[in-house]
Design a protein around this ligand. Structure first.
Ligand SMILES: N[C@@H](CCC(=O)N[C@@H](CS)C(=O)NCC(=O)O)C(=O)O
Length: 259
C-alpha cells in the first residue's frame, strides 16, 4: 500500500497544516510530507493544483491512499481514531469540552487578535499588543486557566490532546507577542510546556529559518518604531527567494515541490 501523503504548507504560514501535522505525529501515523509553497504569488497556482485532489483547494490535505481528507479538523479526528482515541479525553463530558475548544479555534476563535497573524509570530521584531488586543485575549486566557485548574495540567485536559494542538498556533502568536500572563500563571506554564514539546519545537525551528512573510496590516495606524519589541536578528535565516511551484500532480495524488 502506498505511503500516505500529507500536503502541508509553508512552515511560517500554515497554522492549519501545523495543527494537523502535530496530531498525525502524536498519533505516530506514518506519512510522506509534501510542503506546498503558499506564499504569494506562487500560492495561487499551487493551491489551484491542490484543487485537483481537494474540493476546497486548501492545505492541509491528507491522502491516505484510500481517502483524501481535506480539512485540518477531519485530519485531526482521523489521527485520534488511528491512535486508538489517545488524543481526546475518554470521559464523554470532558471530551465534549475538549471538542468545544477545538471548534472555537476551527471557527475563527472569535477573531481574537486577528491582526497578529501566524506569519508575524516569526518576524524578527514584534509590535506590542494593543490594549484592546490584551483585553480580547483575557477571555481566552481565562478559559485556558480554568481548563488547567480543572485538569491539573500539564496540558488542557491533563494528557496532550487535539485541544492543545488546535490552539498551538495561537499560543505561538500570543506568547511571541508577549501577551500579559501575569494573572494566568498556569497558562504560562502550559504555553511553555507546549513550546518545548518536541514536534512543536521542530516545526518552529524550521519556521524560524524561513524568509519572513510581511503583511501590510501588521503595524497599527500610528505605530512608531519605538513600539517594536524583541529585536532579534537571526543569522540562520535562509534568505533565498524560496519561490517554488508544485509540478502538476502526476497521478492525482503525488506532487513535487521545488524549494
Ligand atoms: N478549513 C480548512 C482551512 C485551511 C486553510 O484555510 N488553509 C489555508 C492555508 S493555511 C489555505 O490553503 N488557504 C487557501 C485559500 O486561501 O484559498 C482546514 O481547516 O483545513
Amino acid at each position: 500500500m502506498a505511503t500516505p501523503i500529507f500536503y502541508s504548507g509553508t512552515k511560517n504560514a500554515s497554522s492549519w497544516a501545523m495543527r494537523a501535522w502535530l496530531a498525525l505525529k502524536a498519533a505516530e501515523y506514518p506519512f510522506e510530507e509534501v510542503v506546498v509553497d503558499i506564499r504569494r504569488p506562487q500560492r495561487f497556482i499551487n493551491l489551484a493544483r491542490i484543487g485537483n485532489i481537494s474540493p476546497p483547494a486548501c492545505v492541509p490535505v491528507l491522502d491516505t491512499g484510500r481517502t483524501v481528507i481535506f480539512d485540518s479538523n477531519a485530519i485531526m479526528e482521523f489521527a485520534n481514531d488511528v491512535s486508538g482515541g489517545r488524543l481526546l479525553p475518554r470521559d464523554p463530558e470532558t471530551r465534549a469540552h475538549a471538542r468545544a475548544l477545538v471548534a472555537w479555534q476551527h471557527t475563527g476563535l472569535s477573531s481574537i487578535c486577528h491582526r497578529i497573524s501566524f506569519e508575524s509570530a516569526f518576524y524578527p521584531f514584534k509590535r506590542a499588543l494593543s490594549t484592546e488586543e490584551q483585553t480580547e485575549c483575557r477571555r481566552l486566557l481565562d478559559c485556558y486557566e480554568a481548563c488547567l485548574a480543572d485538569s491539573g495540567g500539564p496540558f488542557l485536559f491533563e494528557d496532550i490532546s487535539l485541544a492543545d494542538f488546535m490552539h498551538t498556533p495561537t499560543v505561538i502568536r500570543l506568547y511571541r507577542h508577549d501577551v500579559d500572563l501575569r494573572n494566568h500563571p498556569e497558562t504560562r506554564c502550559w504555553m511553555e510546556t507546549l513550546l518545548a514539546y518536541s514536534w512543536i519545537a521542530d516545526w518552529i525551528a524550521e519556521a524560524d529559518r524561513l524568509p519572513h512573510i510581511w503583511f501590510d496590516n501588521y503595524l497599527l495606524p500610528n505605530a512608531s518604531a519605538a513600539s517594536l519589541i524583541s529585536i532579534d536578528d537571526n543569522p540562520d535565516i535562509d534568505a533565498s527567494p524560496h519561490v517554488g511551484i508544485i509540478d502538476p500532480l502526476p497521478n492525482q495524488n503525488r506532487a513535487l515541490v521545488r524549494r
